[in-house]
Write a protein that binds this ligand. Structure first.
Ligand code: URC
Length: 327
């Protein structure tokens, strides 16, 4: 049996377009900034995955097949490349994201909001005899720095809000972690341990206080000085570096009573150190490593003191989320 479906503008009933946003995702770009240091080549490279979406007076492109309001996603991609070449902020992902969004809104009167996310891939300088190389890099793991921006058109200029953080920072400690005194009832099979492996893939997001203002010239050009001001005021790179250090240091040093308790300490430290950070959010999967039961060969590999051989459990994993805000 064959069936056909007819879609016409008359059969929408009480349905309506409740939201509309579009753009280009996974715009992959590597930028080289060539320079010199002490008479030798000194290059900076960044590799970004950019997602740039817009909202505005675009409803008719959905409801009436009206493409006259559509800036092609292909053109949005080309604008990302254009700014990767020309933006003075290309090496600073938060400001670059704000620049891309502001550029789109400044250029097109019918667009009112932009959502620009950037993932930063880790290219670290290769060290030769302890000295950083000028133009050779290695991929230092799959961890990514992430940036999420929202730019909104206001009567005068633009307002931006910024969240940033990191994902997939894999960590493991072989002691200094316990889990005791939890609820015990007929569903409890887990034994209490005062020493266990703690491993997680850190997903961290911090929200900057805002919104920040970004200026446009009367003909819609982004005033770069206004972006410089935002960059300097919020110190994006310092926060990124310290938030990562605080996460690693707290993870390593804390005598952890639980993932929950360690997460809270990390968040409190970041909020305490940076007044421009309003909120810190972590999602920490508890990547379980289970001691192998070796009773079959009369070996104790299970008690915390003797557990040395472990099996990583891919699934299930715990998942602990927490948000630390400012009072
Ligand atoms: O740190 C932990 N928190 C939990 O909530 C939990 N639940 C569990 O089974 N193991 C753990 N570990």
């Amino acid at each position: 049996m064959t069936s056909t479906t007819t879609i016409s503008s008359t059969n929408s009933g009480s349905a309506h377009l409740a939201g509309a946003r579009y753009g280009k995702d996974k715009v992959r770009v590597l930028r080289v900034v060539r320079g010199e240091k002490d008479g030798r080549r000194w290059h900076d490279v960044v590799e970004y995955n950019v997602c740039a979406l817009v909202e505005g007076e675009i409803a008719t492109s959905f409801t009436q097949a009206d493409n006259s309001v559509v800036v092609a996603t292909d053109s949005i991609k080309n604008m990302v490349y254009y700014l990767a070449k020309t933006s003075p902020f290309i090496l600073q992902p938060e400001t670059f994201a704000l620049h891309v969004g502001s550029f789109l809104l400044g250029r097109y009167a019918h667009l009112s909001k932009a959502f620009v996310d950037v993932e930063v891939l880790r290219w670290e300088r290769i060290a030769i005899d302890g000295e950083a190389h000028g133009h050779a890099f290695w991929r230092d793991g799959e961890e990514k720095r992430v940036v999420k921006t929202e730019i909104v058109k206001k009567e005068k200029g633009l307002e931006g809000s910024v969240k940033a953080g990191l994902v997939d920072l894999l960590v493991l400690k072989s002691t200094g972690s316990a889990f005791e005194n939890f609820v015990r009832d007929e569903f409890t099979t887990l034994i209490e341990v005062n020493d266990r492996i703690f491993s997680t893939a850190v997903d961290l997001e911090y929200t900057f206080a805002g919104p920040v203002s970004i200026s446009l010239t009367p003909d819609g050009k982004v005033v770069e000085e206004s972006l410089t001001k935002v960059k300097d005021a919020l110190a994006f790179d310092t926060v990124a570096k310290r938030a990562r250090e605080i996460t690693l240091c707290t993870f390593a040093e804390d005598e952890s009573a639980s993932v929950q308790a360690t997460l809270y300490k990390m968040g409190v430290t970041i909020v305490g150190e940076f007044k421009q950070v309003e909120e810190v959010r972590y999602a920490l999967p508890n990547k379980h490593y289970v001691p192998v039961d070796m009773k079959y060969i009369n070996i104790d590999n299970s008690s915390p003191a003797n557990a040395e051989v472990f099996v990583p459990l891919a699934a299930p994993s715990g998942l602990i989320r927490g948000v630390v805000g400012r009072k």
